[in-house]
Design a protein around this ligand. Sequence first.
Ligand code: ZN
Length: 320
Amino acid sequence: MREIKGFHHVTAIAGPAQENLDFYAGVLGLRLVKKSVNQDDPGTYHLFYADAEGHPGTDLTFFPWAQMAPSRDGYGLSSEVSLAVPPGSLSFWSGRLERYGARTSGPEVRFGQSAQPVIDPHGLRIALVESEDSLGRAFTPWDGSPIPVEHQIRGLESARMVERDLVVTTSFLSNAMGFTHLGTEKGWHRYGVADGKSGAHVDLWETPTARRGAWGTGSVHHIAWRVDDEAHQLEMRGRVTEEGARPTPVIDRFWFKSVYFLEPGGVLFELATDGPGFAVDEDRAHLGEALVLPPWLEPNRAAIETRLPPLVTPNATSDR
Ligand code: ZN
């Protein structure tokens, strides 16, 4: 069986879109590589932040649902997403986050890595993690970023998942998806796939007495895993079905093809193809500048545009 390659993207729910853009592009210096709409709710943006080219595994995306209630912590949700930064970068980042009044705690050491937890403007827990392994990953620095190249975020590092019954999920991760146990520390159980390094592991927390978590602003919506191509996607779709999941049919997301399913603990997963990628409909030099719609929504462009709040370039100071 061909392996999953690690994270493809993580999608979360945000509040007002401009505040989301100001934080992720302005403060964290990620590139907005695609400004589109939620294909199931086209009156809502779908904003994609990544490295300069939108490499699979670098991508954090948001549905800004400004009217939604805040999320409720509990099992069956991913409770944090971490982003890889180069070793030695955390003091730079702590200073920058402090200047912007970001809600930070820590720093912490997790599985030997230094981590700076921070809560985004709408309550999403993220962590910047110094990751030696991330230096070997596919990454293109973003010239338009306010962050010096040597400190730029290199991609998704990991995610935390909260489970009511650990074994139900870890058996599924192992049997259906090829994960292995990498270690346990302070109650967190780390499972990795492929090389298990940067962008290819998750940390699980078992909480038998918690209530079910609920989506809302500040929560992760789903975790997407990389498959090579459509054949690999179908192979993995069959595999997760055999292990009891009930995946959707293949859905064409235009920049990649997607299959969704709940892992048995309740976290929404996606299998997403590497291709065709974000440059399929925009020049690489101008990614994210215009509102891009998949072809089947193009006839409704005028109506869609009037429902979306205007977005302006984030106002943030450069540290370059
Ligand atoms: Zn997705």
